[in-house]
Design a binder for this molecule. Structure first.
Ligand code: EPZ
Length: 420
């Protein structure tokens, strides 16, 4: 497994261009199965996860190719509706092909994604919603086998999610877009990535009201046409690089991004003492002193995003005072705590709450990445430690941060990938 060798102590400063959002690109790629035509999708980040999904969709007979950051897919030639475990297990979001396949072809066989280090990641809400739309679903041998019983079509219905689920909302609106009749969904996720998906579906001819609100009404249409669309900027990548400035009295300018999606994170950064300025497509964080302690509770959008929890924890580790972070979305998203402790952090975990007592600095150490966002918290901690750190299992970071070494080097981080 590749490792990162990072030699600190660096002041994280400079300009970085933000890529398309991983968590928007994945549902948008799945939605390319829906139209009876060709779709062109720009600003798709080159990541392990997007490559995996392109491969999965290509395996279904779709003519799909990725040229730089543009994906072109022609879904007129779908020959099978099968998503194998070998691919799904490496990229859980592959479950997002279930809704489109069922809606368009009336059948699908998709491997259950399984859990990951941050939680069991069930998909019961995805299945309940599709069953409410008339799908017959059997789960056996680790696969979801689904059929639309009424003449191969799903039927619009009223459905309320038991809890807010990003992927569940995304799968369901893609299915409802081609269902017979109208679907009224309550308790929907309002994350910007869900909005991006709904906007592309509308560009394909879907009829959706309430985009960006907890209640969406989708009037099914007979078919969708292709379109040309561009993935929104990655708000989590943006916040991850800005966090580096707060940890090192740095100055980071993120370009090709947008402030609209990051307000709760930017407000916490300002509370920690960062000077945040922003324009239409850029955000800058300047830190002139040691961060101040804050309290953070992760929530569904527009609350503080769980995907920024590990990165802000790394900032809290260096803050003046005692911070608390409560993780309300996933049951096991503190895997970065023992690794940060190895680097000298003072953190006590009590259930879903971590209490962080700020220390003057991190100390270099060999550590292990445990999940995508934890990896970036360890990278920034290593960059702020005085000496050489090695970070193992960095395949996690390759899943979600495009061109990560070059971007970090551009911000003053002394980083080298050690090939396995
Ligand atoms: C998406 O995951 C993101 N991934 C995650 O980002 C993100 O952390 C998460 O939303 C929350 O914002 C992608 O978009 C590819 P959920 P998703 O369904 O859709 C429970 C990253 O680092 N739940 O909103 O899987 C679930 O266990 C990743 O980029 C059920 O119980 O998240 C979790 O506790 C990590 N049953 C909570 O809901 C279900 O059927 C939120 O999950 C579905 C979810």
């Amino acid at each position: 497994m590749d490792k990162f060798k990072i030699i600190g102590k660096s002041r994280i400063a400079g300009e970085v261009t933000i890529s398309g959002s991983k968590n928007a690109a994945l549902p948008l790629l799945a939605a390319m199965l829906l139209p009876n035509g060709e779709t062109v999708l720009h600003n798709v980040p080159t990541l392990k996860d997007t490559e995996t999904l392109v491969k999965l969709i290509g395996g279904m007979g779709v003519r799909i190719k990725k040229e730089a950051n543009t994906v072109i897919a022609d879904a007129r030639t779908v020959t099978n509706y099968y998503a194998p475990y070998e691919l799904v297990r490496t990229m859980r979001a592959s479950i997002l092909v279930l809704g489109p396949l069922l809606a368009r072809f009336g059948e699908a066989e998709v491997s259950l994604p399984g859990g990951c280090s941050i939680g069991s990641r069930p998909v019961d809400q995805h299945l309940k919603a599709l069953e409410a739309m008339g799908a017959d679903i059997i789960v056996e041998n680790g696969y979801v086998k689904a059929k639309a019983l009424k003449g191969g079509k799903l039927i619009g219905c009223d459905f309320t999610f038991d809890m807010v689920t990003v992927g569940g909302t995304e799968n369901t609106i893609m299915a409802a877009a081609l269902a017979s009749g109208t679907t009224r969904l309550e308790n929907c996720a309002c994350e910007p990535e869900v909005v991006d998906l709904a906007n592309m579906l509308v560009a394909m001819g879907a009829k959706i009201d309430g985009i960006g609100t907890p209640t969406m009404i989708i009037e099914g249409v007979d078919s969708l046409h292709g379109c040309e669309y561009s993935v929104i900027a990655d708000r989590i990548e943006t916040g991850s690089y800005l966090a580096g400035a707060l940890m090192s009295c740095g100055d980071v300018l993120t370009k090709n991004t947008t402030t609209g999606f990051l307000q709760p994170v930017l407000k916490k950064m300002q509370a920690m003492g960062a000077v945040i300025t922003a324009g239409d497509d850029w955000i800058r964080a300047v830190m002139k002193s040691r961060p101040k302690a804050v309290d953070i509770r992760t929530q569904v959008h527009p609350g503080f995003p769980t995907d920024m929890q590990a990165q802000l924890m790394a900032v809290c580790c260096l803050a003046e005072g005692v911070s608390t972070i409560t993780e309300n979305i996933f049951e096991n998203r503190f895997m970065h705590v023992p690794e940060l402790q190895r680097m000298g952090a003072s953190i006590k975990v009590d259930g879903h709450t971590a209490v962080i007592t700020g220390v003057d600095s991190f100390s270099p150490a060999p550590v292990m990445a445990t999940d995508l966002r934890a990896s970036m918290s360890l990278v920034m901690a290593a960059a702020c430690a005085d000496g050489e750190s090695m970070i193992d299992r960095i395949y996690h970071i390759d899943r979600g941060y495009e061109n990560v070494e070059n971007k970090l080097r551009g911000l003053g981080v002394n980083i080298e990938r050690i090939k396995a």
